[in-house]
Design a protein around this ligand. Sequence first.
Ligand SMILES: [Zn+2]
Ligand SMILES: [Zn+2]
Length: 253
Amino acid sequence: MSTFQDRLRIPWRGGAKQISIDSALPIFLQPLLAYIAAQSVWCTVLVSMVMLLSMCYLYSVFVQFLPRTKFFFVWTLTSAVLLLLVFELSVVPFLEIMPHENCVLMGLVVSSGICFYKVRTRADLSCVVHANVGDETELVCSVYRRRFPPSTFHCRICQACVIKRDIHCVWLDCCIGDKNHQLFVFGVLFSAGALVYGAILTITTVCHPSFYIMETVLLPDDCSDVYHDFMIALCFVSSIYCIVIAFLLLILL
Ligand SMILES: [Zn+2]
Ligand SMILES: [Zn+2]
């Protein structure tokens, strides 16, 4: 077990940076899951089910035993990078995406990226970090609660009191409080927009689009042969993944 506890080191400016095994896991897991899911429609269904259930399980385990894990944050970053790579390197070369459509999508991606980056940098502004009192942090916290607004809530993961705390977002690895809540909402809306738009562009590229709504919106016609070619299957699976995340994001909002 101690080997699992060992830390990986990657070269970084200002000395090597340590990465724990659990944080590095999504970088290897996601390409593998995408590869398996792209094999057949049943593989896609199976991987989706397994992923959804194991996420719930991992969440409960990490919250209990490893609350400061970067697993979910690295998962978010890896997903964003992989989805962008699939779109730009596999969907765009089909030459069915107009440059202005690509620009709109990139605009949404960059906007959500900026929002989420600011959510993380502004998260500390809502935090009232505890004085260093060792194991008695909980005790000090109750003092803080009396002195700060009643909506102030102690976050066990950030080890701080957060003013008007909404949630601790494991996917961004920070608390959502009064100083970053608005940015968080905008970030979620931009990313949901980017995911849905990217998925529509991808599916209409790989699924023989033919139907039109009011002569403007293109709809996929036949997706039955997407699994015959691995790259097309990968594009299709990515767009399904995008739609599921966008759906979950909008529900959680
Ligand atoms: Zn506290
Ligand atoms: Zn927190």
